[in-house]
Design a protein. Structure first.
Length: 406
């Protein structure tokens, strides 16, 4: 059954009103007999043209009452119909036309090259994963997806660029967790809100952190580390890529959950941090599996636990922190594909479906896993919730440790 609509009542101002006062009217009574929404035919196009004449005529009648006696061409299209019926039909057709336009845009997308912005320099894990996906989407969607590196500000510069781009599906952010779930709590003057200014497209995957230690450090697992740290408060140093970074917060999360006090020592990136770990200046650190696996295999450092909820296929015998006595512990970098808020839903859906299909492709999956990236193909709703949960977690950690945005 078609819904009833109550037309507006004349305001009583004395001015000509385009609305006819009448009881509730159904769509069919309003003259909308065919609700199919494929395209506008010749007759409906005449109604589109008529609306301009209608608006103009009523404006003239208000200013020049004598003009009311004139007969205009649009009247032949509306003879026998109340003004309400005419405008109601035009509104329905407008909605149909908008829906048709969005559907057509999705069918032809991408019609030109798509920028996939990475908020870090070329060569890192985020850049590598983005290029693997861009290549697959180029082949799958019969378009051109081009990775563009916009590094700086710990990811917020590139993310801000995308947040303020035209929401048409032609500028995307291959995002990492720092700019989506951490920057809001650790950096000043972030020019976007990750939960409000982006349209989630798809969850990409995880880059697991491994808890590693100097090979001469006495503890060999998480339980021994906790016991050692409690017996030597403040004596255990852990390094990071810098204050407020993902592995800094992972170390602070362990402090909070285990009730210990390890000392944070920030570095400018992974390489100097691992150099001092091997040299004994630092006892432990959390770092990506891609960075530490060769050092573990060479016997230069030792692994204590995986920081992810699941074990890694690359280190299958290494337990997680969560199963080693700190339930729910999770730290690491994750990737998600997002678009500017307001990107057409049909375009987001097409991108999401193609991204998930790419990540489920055996060759793509193997390529990512060989680079230490664990695919986790999920849709927009999953990514939105994951982002919100991660943001809430790191908000709590930063507040508990008194970390001020810098």
């Amino acid at each position: 059954m078609l819904a009833a609509v109550t037309p507006p009542v004349n305001s009583g101002s004395g001015l000509p009103s385009p609305w006819k006062t009448s009881p509730s009217m159904t769509m069919r009574e309003a003259g909308v007999d065919d609700m199919r929404c494929f395209s506008l035919g010749a007759e409906d196009q005449q109604y589109w043209n008529a609306i301009s004449s209608i608006a103009f005529q009523y404006s003239i009648e208000i200013i020049f009452p004598q003009a009311r006696s004139r007969t205009l061409p649009y009247q032949k299209f509306t003879r026998g119909m109340s003004m309400y019926k005419v405008l109601f039909k035009l509104m329905v057709m407008a909605g149909c036309a908008a829906a048709t336009t969005v559907a057509t845009a999705a069918e032809t997308y991408p019609a030109r090259p798509v920028r996939m912005v990475v908020a870090y320099p070329a060569g890192g894990s985020t850049d590598i994963a983005a290029r693997v996906l861009a290549k697959s989407l180029t082949e799958r969607m019969k378009g051109s997806f081009v990775v563009e590196n916009r590094g700086g500000g710990g990811g917020v510069i590139g993310a801000g660029l995308v947040a303020n781009s035209t929401p048409d599906g032609y500028t995307l952010l291959f995002a990492a967790s720092p700019e989506l779930s951490i920057a809001k709590w650790t950096k000043k003057d972030v020019a976007y809100d990750a939960e409000k200014d982006f349209a989630p497209v798809a969850m990409i995957g995880q880059v697991p952190f491994v808890l590693v230690a100097n090979k001469e450090f006495p503890p060999n697992n998480v339980q021994e580390l906790i016991a050692y740290a409690k017996a030597h408060p403040g004596a255990v140093n852990f390094s990071s890529f810098g204050s407020g970074t993902s592995n800094h917060l992972a170390g602070e999360l362990m402090n909070l959950q285990a009730g210990i006090k390890m000392t944070h020592v920030p570095y400018r990136g992974s390489s100097p941090s691992l150099t001092d770990l091997m040299g004994g200046q630092i006892q432990i650190t959390f770092d990506t599996i891609t960075a530490v696996l060769p050092l573990i295999q060479a016997g230069k450092i030792k692994a204590l636990a995986m920081a992810t909820p699941q074990r890694s296929a690359l280190l299958p015998d290494l337990p997680t922190v969560a199963e080693s006595g700190l339930p729910g512990f999770s730290g690491g970098t994750w990737f998600g594909l997002v678009a500017p808020k307001g990107t057409p839903a049909a375009v987001v859906q097409a991108l999401s479906q193609s991204t998930i299909a790419s990540l489920n492709d055996a060759a793509v999956k193997k390529d990512l896993e060989n680079r230490g990236i664990v695919p986790d193909p999920q849709g927009p709703a999953y990514l939105a919730k994951y982002l919100a949960d991660e943001s809430a977690k790191w908000s709590k950690v930063t507040k508990q440790i008194g970390l001020q945005p810098q």
